[in-house]
Design a protein around this ligand. Structure first.
Ligand SMILES: O=C(O)CCC(=O)C(=O)O
Ligand SMILES: [Fe+2]
Length: 442
């Protein structure tokens, strides 16, 4: 049990790992008691103290005390450099790190500063002003909550977030908190410009036409999330955000001067040192799949903030919108040779939840593409976000009896890797190691 005293109270850090498994039907009632609005940390701890099910966070804190190797840094790319040079730099960064920082991106410093200040002002309001925006509806409009992944995560962490959808259906202006409305709308336009520039370069790095990603609507779905990581009195006992990969095409991140983001590189967690005026960009799961594994969607996490000043980060998730017309996506055919295909097919989007049950989906893939043996899909495909329940699997008869175990193993990465059990038995390995083996092969 993780306790620390403050003015006579015993407070505890949330760890949800002993509760029923994330996504299982009987978990939500247990988690609901951790659900609260805004940065009332002592309230949260008191609630945890009454829980029967609190124990120290384990896996997600691994390596927390190992100092990050100071000699290595994510690549810094000057967007005003010569074009062939930056195409090469961005391609190399996306292949090896999945993360890079850009400078000279064309957004004025005043816009960077105003956006950070506006998000900070929102979070520093009294609880009553913020609670009007409380929601956990992640798929549109405006959402404000602590731990937006509370109902599916293994551990509660030390951040609150305001999320605003800006495209393709922008949240109505009157629903965006007035205190940051102007800045959120203006920031979205700036981010789209930078994202389009970077995606053109990423496309060129794959040998595609400059306009290919634009044509595929890769920057037309956008959600901005303004995080605050308030001061945490015991930063070695929890995290700001647990390790994960981002789901979409790319993510563009603006932050204040407080360090906290770490990127997995080999076996190390590497600190991302913020550069004044810079933007941090990372590759999402979907781009990894579209690029047939050429670009890497890399795990990252945020340390709990030990500084007295809150850490502010403004993250824009950039995604495609064409999925609305189609249920299936995979690597771009022009990147494939008969031998190099890593991912078979991905299903995503609301439609797949409506039109496929999990069983249909497996059957569909299995029989339509009979040469498939590993399938990768996003979390949303299997989760019903409204009820936070996993769609019940009935894989018997389709040789997918390992599906449930493997989905739990990989929940951190947002990928569900599915593989027929007989193939696993033949190879005596897990889905994850099978996929890793394939990744290493190319
Ligand atoms: O705040 C950060 O630095 C990272 C946030 C993040 O990874 C996310 O929101 O997905
Ligand atoms: Fe992230």
């Amino acid at each position: 049990m993780t306790n620390f005293g403050k003015r006579g109270h015993v407070f505890e850090i949330a760890n949800l790992s002993e509760l029923p498994k994330a996504g299982s039907e009987d978990r939500s009632p247990h988690v609901r008691c951790y659900d609260y609005i805004g940065s009332q940390r002592p309230l949260r701890f008191r609630r945890l103290h009454h829980s029967q099910n609190v124990s120290p966070p384990a896996e997600s804190l691994s390596g927390l005390r190992n100092p990050s190797p100071s000699s290595i840094q994510i690549p810094i790319i000057d967007l005003s450099d010569e074009r062939t040079k930056i195409v090469r730099q961005i391609r190399d960064a996306a292949r090896t790190w999945g993360f890079f920082q850009v400078i000279n991106h064309g957004i004025p410093n005043s816009a960077l500063n105003d956006t950070v200040s506006a998000i900070k002002s929102f979070h520093e309001q009294p609880k009553e002003a913020k609670s009007k925006f409380y929601s956990r509806g992640e798929l549109g409009g405006v959402m404000y909550a602590s731990n937006n992944d509370l109902y599916r995560a293994e551990a509660a962490t030390w951040h609150d977030s305001l999320q605003v959808w800006t495209s393709p259906e922008a949240a109505p202006a009157e629903e965006i908190p007035e205190i940051c409305r102007k800045e959120v709308v203006e920031w979205d336009a700036h981010v789209k410009n930078v994202a389009d520039k970077v995606m053109e370069l990423l496309g060129l790095g794959l040998g595609l036409d400059a306009g290919k990603f634009k044509e595929l609507t890769f920057s037309d779905g956008r959600a901005m999330v303004g995080h605050i990581y308030p001061y945490c009195p015991q930063p070695d006992l929890t995290l700001g955000i647990t390790p994960h990969t981002d789901p979409g095409i790319i993510t563009v991140l603006l932050q204040n001067e407080i360090q906290g983001l770490q990127v997995k590189h080999g076996d190390d967690w590497v600190d991302v040192k913020p550069i004044p005026g810079g933007l941090i960009i990372n590759i999402g799961d979907f781009l990894q799949i579209v690029s047939n594994g050429e670009y890497k969607s890399v795990q990252h996490r945020v340390l709990a903030n030990a500084a007295k000043e809150p850490r502010i980060s403004i993250v824009t998730f950039i995604n495609l919108v064409k999925w609305r017309d189609s249920d299936s996506y995979g690597p771009l055919p022009e990147l494939l040779t008969p031998k190099n295909q890593l991912y078979i097919e991905i299903l995503q989007g609301k439609n797949s939840l409506k039109t496929f049950t999990a069983k249909d989906w497996i059957a569909n893939l299995l029989w339509r593409k009979s040469n498939c043996d590993v399938f990768v899909c996003r979390q949303e495909t299997l989760f019903d976000n409204k009820s936070n329940e996993t769609i019940r699997w009935n894989a018997k008869g389709h040789q997918f009896s390992k599906v449930i175990e493997n989905h739990q193993k990989d929940s951190d990465t947002n990928f569900f890797i599915l593989c027929p059990a007989d193939l696993l038995m033949k190879n005596e390995m897990s889905c994850t190691s099978l996929v890793n083996k394939r990744l290493n092969k190319f």
